[in-house]
Write a protein that binds this ligand. Structure first.
Ligand code: ZN
Length: 329
């Protein structure tokens, strides 16, 4: 559950450039598809040539390939002044689909997305209790199968499955490495287990990093170059994007901010120190503080993450978005 996020614009992105060297067709195809998906209203072939630095002939050939694969569509013509009106190329939403899963200690969210990132179908189920990762993995796989069926999407058009898991993770191994609040999840091979159970090509990334990736595709900060995505839910963490590139760090765990000390006299943290971001700012602590000060009535059932989250509708925290702040580089 995202309570609040703060996004600060730092610089404009630099578009990726293609290469006119032979044998680079697939790379250029990716570059062109990327440029089209980053544009809000689509691009003409002439604009594409200017943005990615490829010859008109290469643009024309690759556009043809993308049209043949139904990944893009020709969407009307544009142009006033003299000369031929330009045909606009846009992503074809139904050209390809993907599955996404967010594994949280309390809730499993599953989505089917189309090529422009719109949600076609989604579901939320409680994460099976106890400390048995195999049970949770089986529940996820079952939910994926049900959701694909429900969505009516052609399975041949599903590019793969992306899983957002609580950190820390081992990016190379696709394992979840003993995250807080998930007992029994020490070095669980989540990626391989789900790939096997679903038959889908599977990627596992840290939840906050996945959220930052999503922002670069479809969120409010899309295209703004550099930003930090803050996640406050059962835990707390951030995803980092610098100059349009997601920063994962050497171990895939950049953004673990929970134990930065923000208040040396603050509440004791489970790491043994006082006043960490985690012990001062997670929803459980904020809710307890709000109850103490009479801002929120203390009618919740318990102190665990899900119970606290249930208490939150009465504690509306505004979604903050700062996009006109001072430019920094
Ligand atoms: Zn700490």
């Amino acid at each position: 559950m995202i309570l609040g996020e703060s996004v600060t614009e730092i610089r404009q992105p630099t578009p990726r450039r293609g290469t006119n060297l032979p044998r680079m067709g697939d790379f250029n195809l990716t570059v062109i598809l990327d440029a089209i998906r980053r544009s809000s209203g689509g691009l003409s072939r002439v604009e594409l040539a200017q943005i990615v630095g490829l010859s008109p002939q290469t643009i024309s050939n690759i556009s043809r390939r993308l049209l043949d694969q139904h990944l893009i569509v020709e969407a009307g013509k544009e142009g006033s002044g003299p000369g031929k009106p330009r045909t606009i190329l846009r992503l074809n939403p139904s050209g390809m689909y993907a599955l996404g899963v967010h594994l949280d200690p309390a809730v499993i969210t599953t989505v089917v997305l189309d090529l422009v990132g719109d949600v076609v179908k989604h579901s939320r189920i409680p994460t099976p209790a106890g400390s048995n990762p195999q049970r949770v993995i089986a529940a996820i796989a079952e939910e994926i199968k049900a959701l694909i069926e429900d969505s009516g999407v052609d399975t041949g058009k599903i590019a793969g499955l992306g899983v957002a898991a609580p950190g820390p993770i081992d990016l190379d191994e696709g394992t979840v490495v003993d995250p807080p609040l998930m007992t029994g999840w020490d070095r669980v091979h989540l990626r391989d287990a789900l790939a096997e159970a679903t038959g889908l090509e599977t990627l596992v990334d840290k939840d906050v990093t996945s959220a930052a990736v999503a922002e670069t595709w479809a969120g409010g900060a899309s295209g703004t170059g550099s930003f930090i995505f803050m996640y406050m839910g059962t835990g707390i963490g951030c995803g980092i994007v610098l100059n349009d590139e997601v920063v994962r760090g050497t171990s895939g765990n950049a953004g673990e901010i929970g134990h930065i000390i923000v208040d040396p006299d603050g509440p004791a943290c489970d790491c043994g120190l006082r006043g960490c971001v985690k012990s001062s700012c997670i929803p459980q602590v904020l809710v307890a503080e709000a109850e103490e000060q009479g801002v929120l009535n203390g009618g919740r059932k318990g102190t665990e993450g899900p119970e606290v989250q249930e208490a939150l509708p009465g504690f509306a925290m505004p979604r903050m978005q700062v996009t006109n702040g001072p430019s920094r580089s």
